[in-house]
Write a protein that binds this ligand. Structure first.
Ligand SMILES: C[S@@+](CC[C@H](N)C(=O)[O-])C[C@H]1O[C@@H](n2cnc3c(N)ncnc32)[C@H](O)[C@@H]1O
Length: 314
């Protein structure tokens, strides 16, 4: 066998880690050029995740060449070290594949499962019908497979959906919604499904706008939804009733004045993607911009290490 045959041989990699890190890992793997990744979360059969039986871990599967393996292992080790995961919290294994195995790997769609979150049942667009576990008050939210972030599985996306539902249940209404870092468009589409008249999503990821618009169309809320490639700093400030910013602490700190400039007088800002140890820096930046968190010294809600906050004008 030649050396080139060895390095291009197909290799199936499985990465196990806490559920809350799954989608971040997926995003980083795709951004680093390791191709499509399937996330499988584990929960008892007959239940949907979100029924109060949250999976404690998830499994990411991807196909790479044998030559990519050392680079992949190095990257994963760097990330889990940065996230301070203990050795027992994660595992990476791989196996070399034969032709038969390759055919079986392409059956990834069969393993995709629906899950429940904040009154939504979230399932992929290639399911012909809504899942049978739908309850009368559940709202269907169809997601499209694609490279932009946001299948709904990540803890930060779930916190954002929960925050929107909580505001809605309080009687807060929003006409115009801005979704900064829209990714797949999941939050913008959810806002439209919850009654927003107009939603705008933006993201510097060039794959995002088309995927988000397709997702809005798949949920029959394409009209009234618009998406563009860009960021806040390059957009003209207009007042929105609700601004969603599921980003990371560093961007929130940098863009606090721009987020404030886009918030209507009685508007609400959601921020997510903030690790607990960085929240105080976000609070300082928002305070300087004229925004106060509803929870005061404590986050509105926290899931694992992720903090979510809802902000109003000071
Ligand atoms: C954590 S994902 C959130 C995706 C989706 N909104 C969700 O909640 O699942 C963050 C998104 O922010 C985008 N992003 C990165 N830098 C940004 C910036 N400066 N302004 C706006 N979006 C940015 C990324 O491309 C990514 O799609």
């Amino acid at each position: 066998m030649q050396e080139s045959d060895l390095t291009s041989a197909r290799c199936s990699v499985r990465i196990f880690l806490p559920e809350s890190w799954g989608e971040t890992m997926q995003y980083l793997l795709q951004a680093a050029g390791f191709g499509d990744t399937l996330i499988e979360t584990h929960y008892p059969s007959g239940k949907l995740a979100g029924d109060g039986t949250h999976a404690s871990f998830c499994e990411l599967r991807l196909l790479i060449t044998e030559g990519q393996l050392p680079e992949l292992e190095g990257a994963v080790r760097t990330w889990v070290t940065a996230w301070e995961l203990e050795d027992q919290d994660w595992r990476l294994s791989h196996e070399m594949l034969q032709e038969d195995d390759l055919a079986r790997q392409s059956a990834w769609k069969d393993r995709w499962r629906a899950f429940r979150c904040a009154g939504f049942v979230i399932y992929p667009e290639f399911f012909d019908q809504p899942p049978r576990q739908m309850r009368p008050n559940d709202q269907a939210l169809r997601v499209l497979p694609g490279s932009a972030f946001g299948t709904g599985a990540h803890a930060t996306t779930r916190l954002a959906l929960a925050a929107m539902r909580s505001l809605q249940q309080e009687g807060v209404r929003w006409e115009r919604v801005l979704d900064v870092g829209t990714g797949s468009g999941i939050l913008a589409v959810a806002a439209r499904l919850m009654g927003a008249r107009q939603v705008i999503g933006m993201d510097p990821d060039r794959m995002s706008a088309a995927q988000a618009q397709a997702m809005a169309d798949a949920n029959e809320v394409g009209a009234g939804s618009a998406f563009w490639c860009g960021n806040l700093v390059s957009s003209r400030p207009q007042p929105y009733d609700l601004v969603l910013a599921n980003l990371v602490a560093e961007i929130l700190i940098e863009e606090a004045p721009s987020l404030m400039a886009h918030l209507g007088t009685n508007g609400h800002l959601f921020t997510g993607g903030v690790l607990a140890r960085k929240r105080s820096q976000v609070v300082s930046a928002m305070d300087a911009a004229g925004l106060r968190p509803r929870g005061g010294g404590r986050p509105w809600r926290q899931r694992g290490r992720w903090c979510a906050d809802i902000w109003c004008h000071s």
